[in-house]
Design a protein around this ligand. Structure first.
Ligand code: ATP
Length: 513
C-alpha cells in the first residue's frame, strides 16, 4: 500500500512540476476536487479527446457529433431520474466527523481481500514456476476460492440492499464486516443516508421569477433530447450513434484521488440507437470495440479488466466497467451501459413529444434502445499519465525519470536543440522549428547542457530530441534521439518530418485496433 501511495504522490507532483495539472485557485489554497490543466496538460487532454473523436465519430460513418449546452431545461432531470435517484449512499463517522460513501467503504474492504488473493497467486507462481496454471489455481485453491466467495457474497448483498434502498442493511453490512474509518480506526458510524449529487443554480435576475437549474451531471441527456433533431436532419438510419464531449458536474463526496474524481470533469460519451431486441449483441460489440481502443495505446493488456455491475442503475438492463490499474488499484475508467428505451421513453412522457423512429424495413415505429459508452476524459488522462511515468535504472548506475506517453498523445512531439548557443546553430534550430510547427507541436530549447535538456524532455514526455551541431553546418544533418530507447541517429534535416510522423500519426495507432 505504501508503495502505491508513493507512486501516486510522484504522479501528482510530476504533473505539477512539468506543467500538466495544477490545483484550481491555488493561490487561495485551492478548491477541493477541482483542477486546472496547465500548458502541457491541455495539449495531452486535447490529444486524448481527438484520439477518441477520431475513433468514434470520424471513422464511423454511422456516428455523428453534437455539442449540447451545459444548461438544460430542468424537466430534463426530472425525466432522466436524476432529481429523484441520482444519489450516493453516505455514512458519517461520529468520532472523526468524516463523511464516506458507504458503497466505497465496502468495495475497499473487498479490494483488501483481493490483495490477499493476488499474494497467494504470486506465491504459487514462484513455487511452481513454468508449470503454474493460473486459471486452475484460482478455481481450485481452497484459500483463494474462499476469499473469492467472500467477495462475491459481500458485493451481491450490497448490490441487493442498494437496489432495494435498504440502507439499514448497508449499515449492518459495514458493522458486520467491522469496517473502520480509514483515517482514525473508529467504528462509530451514523445511519446511511442518500445525498443528491447535482449542483443547483438559478436562471434569471429576479428572485421571484428565477428558474431553478442544474449543472448537467452527465452529457448523455443533451444527446437524448436531440435524438430526433439529429436523426431527421442527418437522415440517420438505425443503428446509428451520437457522440459528444463536454463538461459535467457532480457534488462528489469522496474526492480525494486527484483528477480521478472531480467535481467538474469532462466526459466523452456516445449513445448508440438500435432496434429493440438487438441490445445484447450491440452491448457485447461495444464492449469489445471500446477495449480495443484502449489497447491500441499500448499501455499493457494486463492493466485492463471488465467488471460487470451487480447493482444496475435505474435505466440499465446490463452494465459493465472497463477498469484500469491506477496507482491505487483497479478502478472504473469507462462505463458501457445497455440503457434500454428508458431515456427516450421518459422524455416522450415528460415532453409529450414523440421520440420514435420509423423503420422503413419493418414498416413500424418504435422508441429505439440505446447502448452507451461513457468515459471520463480526466480519468483517461490520469490512466495515461500514471502509466507512463517511470523511473529507469541506467547502465551507468544512474536513474532517469521518463514520461513514456504514447507518442500519438504526447503534448510536444519533438524538441529542437542547438548544441551550443553560437556559431549559427540556434538559427538553424529555429528554422527547423518554423518548418515542423505546421505539422506537429514542437519546442525549442537552448538552456543548459544538452544532456540535461534530454533529461528534461524525457520527463516531459517528448518522444524525440533533434540536435543541431557543427556537423549540421557542413552536411545538413542532425541527430535524432528517441525518448524510450535513448538511441541517436544521424539523419538529413529533410527526413526528420517523416521519421516523426511515422511514430505520432493517429492512423498508425488507430489501425492497431
Ligand atoms: P464512479 O462509480 O467512479 O462514481 P460512475 O459510475 O458514477 O463513476 P458514470 O456515471 O458511469 O460514472 O460516468 C461515466 C464516466 O465518467 C466514468 O466511467 C468516469 O470515467 C467518469 N466520471 C464519473 N464521475 C467522475 C468524476 N467525479 N470525476 C472524473 N470522472 C468521472
Amino acid at each position: 500500500m505504501a508503495k502505491q501511495d508513493d507512486q501516486f504522490k510522484k504522479v501528482i507532483s510530476h504533473a505539477k512540476e512539468y506543467g500538466y495539472v495544477f490545483q484550481s485557485s491555488e493561490i487561495y489554497d485551492g478548491l477541493s476536487a477541482v483542477y486546472d490543466y496547465a500548458q502541457n496538460g491541455v495539449e495531452l487532454k486535447n490529444n486524448i479527446r481527438d484520439y477518441w473523436w477520431k475513433a468514434m465519430v470520424q471513422l464511423n460513418d454511422n456516428i455523428v457529433g453534437l455539442d449540447a449546452a451545459i444548461f438544460m431545461h430542468p424537466t430534463t432531470w426530472k425525466a432522466s431520474g436524476h432529481i429523484d435517484a441520482f444519489n450516493d449512499p453516505l455514512i458519517d463517522n461520529k468520532d472523526s466527523k468524516k463523511r464516506y460513501r458507504a458503497d466505497v467503504l465496502i468495495e475497499d474492504y473487498c479490494a483488501k481481500i483481493e490483495t490477499k488473493i493476488n499474494k497467494e497467486i504470486a506465491k504459487a507462481e514462484k513455487r511452481f514456476g513454468d508449470a503454474f496454471n493460473k486459471e486452475e489455481f484460482i478455481s481450485t485453491n481452497p484459500r483463494v476460492v474462499g476469499y473469492q466467495e467472500k467477495i462475491n457474497t459481500i458485493l451481491s448483498r450490497m448490490g441487493k440492499s442498494l437496489e432495494n434502498e435498504d440502507l439499514a442493511d448497508v449499515k449492518a453490512l459495514i458493522e458486520e464486516l467491522e469496517i473502520a474509518d480509514p483515517l482514525t480506526g473508529s467504528r462509530n458510524w451514523t445511519d446511511v443516508k442518500q445525498f443528491n449529487l447535482m449542483f443547483g443554480t438559478k436562471l434569471g435576475a429576479s428572485i421571484d421569477t428565477a428558474m431553478d437549474l442544474y449543472l448537467r451531471p452527465e452529457t448523455a441527456q443533451g444527446i437524448f433530447v436531440n435524438f430526433l433533431n439529429v436523426q431527421k436532419t442527418g437522415r440517420m438510419k438505425i443503428p446509428f450513434g451520437i457522440a459528444q464531449t463536454g463538461k459535467a458536474f457532480r457534488n462528489e463526496i469522496v474526492a480525494r484521488q486527484f483528477i480521478f474524481r472531480m467535481r467538474e470533469f469532462e466526459q466523452m460519451e456516445m449513445q448508440f440507437f438500435i432496434k429493440p431486441g438487438t441490445q445484447k449483441e450491440w452491448y457485447e460489440q461495444w464492449k469489445k470495440t471500446r477495449l480495443k481502443w484502449h489497447l491500441s495505446l499500448g499501455m499493457g493488456e494486463e492493466n485492463y479488466r471488465f467488471h460487470d455491475h451487480e447493482k444496475l442503475a435505474h435505466y440499465a438492463d446490463a452494465a459493465a466497467d472497463i477498469e484500469f490499474k491506477f496507482p491505487f488499484g483497479f478502478k472504473e475508467l469507462e462505463g458501457i451501459h445497455s440503457r434500454t428505451d428508458f431515456d427516450l421513453g421518459q422524455h416522450e412522457k415528460f415532453s409529450n413529444k414523440k421520440l420514435q423512429y420509423f423503420d422503413h424495413e419493418d414498416n413500424q415505429s418504435y422508441v429505439p434502445y440505446v447502448i452507451e459508452t461513457s468515459i471520463g476524459l480526466d480519468r483517461m488522462f490520469l490512466a495515461v499519465f500514471s502509466n507512463s511515468l517511470v523511473e529507469e535504472e541506467l547502465d551507468n548506475n544512474t536513474t532517469r525519470t521518463v514520461l513514456k506517453l504514447p507518442a500519438v498523445l504526447a503534448p510536444n512531439k519533438a524538441a529542437i536543440l542547438p548544441l551550443v548557443k553560437k556559431d549559427g546553430l540556434p538559427d538553424i534550430a529555429k528554422k527547423i522549428v518554423d518548418d515542423l510547427k505546421w505539422d506537429f507541436n514542437v519546442v525549442y530549447d537552448e538552456k543548459d547542457a544538452v544532456g540535461r535538456r534530454y533529461r528534461r524532455q524525457d520527463a516531459n514526455g517528448t518522444p524525440f530530441c533533434i540536435t543541431v551541431d557543427h556537423d549540421t553546418l557542413e552536411n545538413n544533418t542532425v541527430t535524432i534521439r528517441h525518448r524510450d530507447t535513448m538511441e541517436q541517429k544521424r539523419v538529413k534535416i529533410e527526413e526528420v518530418r517523416n521519421i516523426i510522423k511515422k511514430e505520432v500519426d493517429v492512423k498508425e495507432w488507430l489501425q492497431k485496433m
